[in-house]
Design a protein around this ligand. Structure first.
Ligand code: NOJ
Length: 968
């Protein structure tokens, strides 16, 4: 979000809230956002350092079911009981849930289907050992050891303890309670109108005295029938009272008060990773890929926020939150996913494991070596403990495990993987048409042009500013006639205007989120005074979805796609520029309980509308700024309002990598930076880097100078054009990777350690990364860089080929690579085959039937493999099997094209234009092609013996047929 002077003035004129907005504009800085110390629950949880955990697992309460163990946990300080459930899940996973045994009302849990794609399939667990102090459970080839006093759980995979819960005794579960009223308050109230009521509300909660099942139906204290008050009054005080702290029942921040009607509700526990030195994930932060120790800073925060000009190297919260952490060492990768959409903070420290404790769990820890351990401490403001433990053992296994829980990114339509041109704003139809024409004039491919908020009638989404966009439908058709698409922005804040249809309908249907007093929640955003539909309610998502029907959204066509922004939600005059936590959602839940998932529901509803408008035929494209675990199922996200500075270009790599390994496959950063005016060099380098990131869009703030590629000096324009063309040439590879990502949840853009898991030296690498398993990229991210040192992984056995020069380098060492302005250091891995399309087109759709080039990079044994996925690039028919999947295998000087989807009748006219074989050490005497259909024919070729490159010209066979090319 950005409040520039211009937009500020605009808003001031429009909404006449001079006081509120002036104070907002004057304070857009770090102090708008809480530090841990300014957040009641963060402060309480972080300060919690008991000598020993007061929680004891009551082993005589154990109930064992085929896939589940239940046991009560007693807090020996306040006598409150919790219920622990340990559930075995298929695919090397387990789930640990901790909730109050008898809460006075239910605590929030995300309905199955919203984040979890279904009830995770459970698997058998068995007690393998039990004594007075511990229980061991066996499941699959793993072991879970529960110790009673103090309570802790250790997960052992392949004989290694890999995850421990409560090893540091930091479980702190703030049970729901009723407010304690002091004697003075009682006296004051006695005789008064409220006196009677206080007799009930002042009763302290005694969790230990309740029977299981009591209040399970959501019968909170407020619902207790009259007449029971007297009895309640007479109950005894509990033995130990909870210490009360001032911000437990009310909190305020910068003049915003949070009424906290439920009091303290936070849940925290420590999660340790013995045997590991690095942990990753928990996006979104503008920080390193390998997470840092938080000893001298605030914990990493997960709270979806609209942060103005965000800081780098910071654990501060940004627009999205994925509570997933991975730990990786040379032998194992494990992960944890805590399913909870309330605000969270996570502390991290790098330590040594306590071997005396771990040796109770497995024998081998008795040796002399020290065992590293990463200790993490997680705390959420409300909800429950619901942790999925993913036991790998490798990175790809963890990705599959997480995908089995929360789903994968559906294959995007091809245009979505191409280049997008955006700006706040393309001003009118003429502007759009000029920008479009300039791409053609300068022979720069592009697929999508974007319209930001100014295209609407006064920020009423689903409408057009008719003076600037009098013929929107025609405009979209003009764009799509060239094989291109358009995206318009649709934000979730709804302008309060009785003449605006969406507002009226939502108000009359009761669709808006309510404030704490039960009235429609009201806040400020781009249109001025606004309300927000309650996307947590399925019926309201359906309502929203229906608005994308072409007949409903005037001026739209099926070639118009959508951008959801400001969906954290951003509320200019709200606490921390977001919604009040005591706002009320469907079912009586507080905004506090659901904050981090709100934006995902907006994304989901929009996608569902876009699918429904085509009767389920066409794949939609929707970009969202806010996200949560599971957002990958709805499409793309981007890293929000970055800045046109080198540091922001550099941080885009670890930011996107962190998203990629936590399921968010399709993400990118605004090319050029949203704020400020990048110089030509920075902008050029940014295009080069982003051409190798999953979502590739240039975007800029309203107040920045125009920076479309042709406005740069000729030299830069040419380099940018080349970078975009490279992206287009590699689209077959990207598309194939996205197809595979939908199947197995693996990231498309991946850290090096994902491909080379046993190379410790790569564990912190974030400047060099992989696209799929075949392409390594090291973008230039600093001004004036003449060259970069690139470490080539895989050991000396591994070959790498520079994609520009075809020069071969050996792995296991660093090499200096010169980086003149036109150089993007990219290297193809020996042993891989990459499909490309080398014809230059104005949009991806125009090249859909173009011929292919196969680039074969031989490994030490002279072999290589690759694949290619092709479908109609835009419908869902591929889900019925209508696609081509070819596997290319090069071995013993024979390249074979094999059918990987034999059942399919899908065909393509595309043929094979060229085969380039890198690393072939002997000059061939002949090259022939043969297929089951035709006899062997000779092919033309050239061989460069210095570079060891064989180029086979015009095999001219269909890319989707079985054939073999043999080199004699
Ligand atoms: C904030 C978004 O992050 C930015 O990309 C957009 O241009 C502005 N809102 C205006 O819609």
């Amino acid at each position: 979000m950005a409040l520039s002077m211009r937009s500020t003035v605009y808003i001031l004129n429009k909404v006449l809230v001079v006081g509120v907005l002036l104070s907002y504009v004057a304070s857009v800085d770090k102090s708008n956002f809480k530090t841990c110390d300014q957040s009641g629950f963060c402060k309480r949880q972080r300060a919690y350092k008991p000598d020993q955990s007061p929680y004891v697992a009551l082993l005589d309460s154990v109930q064992i079911e085929p896939t589940k163990m239940k046991v009560q946990l007693l807090n020996t300080q306040n006598q409150v009981r919790l219920l622990l459930e340990v559930i075995g899940l298929e695919r090397n996973m387990a789930r640990v849930k901790i909730n109050e045994l008898n809460p006075i009302k239910p605590r929030y849990e995300i309905p199955v289907g919203d984040v979890l794609i279904g009830d995770p399939k459970q698997d058998k667990i068995e007690i393998s050992h039990k004594d007075g102090g511990s229980i061991s459970l066996a499941f699959q080839s793993n072991k879970i050891v529960l110790q009673s006093k103090p309570f802790r759980i250790d997960f052992v995979a392949s004989e290694h303890p890999v995850v421990s819960l409560n090893a540091n005794g930091l479980l702190k579960f703030e049970h729901l309670r009723l407010k304690t009223v002091t004697q003075e308050e009682k006296k004051e109230q006695a005789g008064g109108f409220l006196g009677g009521l206080y007799s009930w509300f002042s009763k302290p909660f005694r969790g230990d005295e309740k029977q299981e099942g009591e209040n399970q139906e959501g019968q909170g204290a407020e619902e207790r029938p009259e007449g029971q008050e007297q009895a309640a009054e007479e109950e005894k005080e509990p033995e130990a009272k909870e210490p009360e702290e001032p911000d437990m029942w009310e909190e305020s921040f910068k003049g915003h008060s949070d009424s906290k009607p439920n009091g303290p509700t936070s849940v925290g526990i420590d999660i340790s990773f013995p045997g590991f030195e690095q942990v990753y994930g928990i996006p979104e932060h503008a920080d390193s890929l390998a997470l840092r120790s938080t000893k001298d800073m605030d914990p990493y925060r997960l709270y979806n926020l609209d942060v103005f000009e965000y800081e780098l190297d910071s654990p501060a919260a940004l627009y999205g939150a994925v509570p997933v952490m991975l730990a990786h060492n040379e032998k194992q990768t494990v992960g944890v996913f805590w399913q909870n959409p309330s605000e969270a903070w996570i502390d991290i420290s790098h330590n040594l494991a306590d071997k005396s404790v771990l040796s109770k769990v497995v024998d081998f820890v008795k040796g002399g070596d020290q065992i590293p351990q990463v200790d993490t401490h997680w705390f959420f403001e409300s909800g429950i403990v619901d942790i999925f433990i993913m036991l790998g053992p490798g990175p790809a296994d963890v990705f599959k495990q997480y995908a089995a829980l929360t789903g994968t990114t559906p294959l995007p339509p091809m245009f979505a993987l191409a280049y997008h041109q955006s700006r706040w704003n393309y001003n009118d139809e003429e502007d759009v048409s000029n920008v479009d024409a300039n791409f053609d004039k300068h022979d720069i491919p592009y697929d999508v042009i974007w319209l930001d908020i100014e295209h609407t009638d006064g920020k009423r989404y689903f409408t057009w500013d008719k003076s600037k966009f009098p013929n929107p439908e025609e405009m979209v058709r003009n764009i799509s006639a060239k094989g291109r698409k358009m995206v318009t922005i649709v934000d979730p804040h709804i302008k309060k205007d009785d003449h605006y249809k969406i507002y009226k309908e939502c108000r009359d249907l009761g669709h808006f989120i309510k404030n704490k007093d039960g009235n429609d929640y009201d806040g400020w955003c781009w249109p001025g005074s606004s309300s927000w539909p309650d996307f947590t309610k399925p019926a309201i998502r359906q309502y929203w979805a229906s608005k994308f029907a072409v007949e409903e959204y005037e001026g739209s066509t099926l070639d118009l796609h959508t951008w959801n922004d400001m969906n954290e939600p951003s509320v200019f005059n709200g606490p921390e520029i977001t919604m009040h936590k005591d706002a009320k959602h469907d079912g009586g839940w507080e905004h506090r309980d659901v904050h981090n998932i709100y934006g995902m529901f907006v994304h989901q509803a929009t996608v569902e509308g876009m699918v429904a408008r085509t009767g389920g035929l066409l794949r939609p494209f929707v970009l969202s700024r806010a996200f949560f675990a599971g957002s990958q199922r709805w499409g793309a996200v981007w890293t929000g309002d970055n800045t046109g500075e080198w540091g922001h270009l550099k941080v885009s790599m670890p930011m996107i990598l962190s998203l990629s390994i936590t399921g968010i496959t399709f993400s990118g950063a605004d090319v050029g930076g949203f704020f400020k005016n990048p110089d030509s060099e920075l902008l050029t380098r940014w295009y080069q880097a982003a051409a190798y990131q999953p979502f590739f869009r240039a975007h800029a703030h309203l107040d920045t100078r125009r920076r479309e590629p042709w406005l740069l000096p000729e030299e830069n324009m040419k380099v940018i054009r080349q970078a975009i063309r490279e992206r287009y040439a590699l689209l077959p590879y990207w598309y194939t990777l996205f197809y595979k990502a939908e199947k197995d949840g693996g990231p498309v853009m991946r850290p090096l350690w994902v491909e080379f898991p046993s190379e410790k030296g790569l564990f912190k690498e974030e400047e060099t990364f992989m696209i799929g398993d075949a392409l390594m990229v090291r973008p230039v991210t600093a001004a004036g860089t003449q060259g970069v040192n690139v470490f080539f992984p895989g050991g000396t056995e591994q070959y790498w080929y520079d994609t520009d020069t075809t020069e071969r380098v050996f792995g296991g060492a660093a090499h200096y690579v010169k980086t003149p302005l036109d150089k993007i250091p990219t290297f193809q891995r020996g042993g891989s085959i990459i499909p490309k399309k080398e014809r230059i087109r104005r949009a991806s759709n125009l090249g859909r039937h173009d011929p292919y080039t196969l680039v074969v990079a031989l490994d030490r044994k002279g072999s290589a493999r690759g694949d290619l996925y092709i479908d109609d690039y835009h419908t869902f028919h591929y889900r019925k099997g209508d696609f081509i999947y070819r596997e290319f295998i090069f071995k013993d000087k024979v390249l074979e094209n094999k059918n990987g989807n034999p059942g399919s009748t899908f065909t393509t006219p595309s043929w094979l234009e060229k085969v380039i074989i890198m690393g072939l050490s002997t000059s061939p005497s002949a090259v022939t092609i043969s297929s089951p259909k035709s006899a062997s024919t000779s092919l033309g070729f050239t061989y460069d013996s210095v570079k060891m490159i064989l180029t086979i010209r015009k095999p001219a066979v269909n890319i989707a047929e079985d054939w073999t090319i043999s080199i004699q």
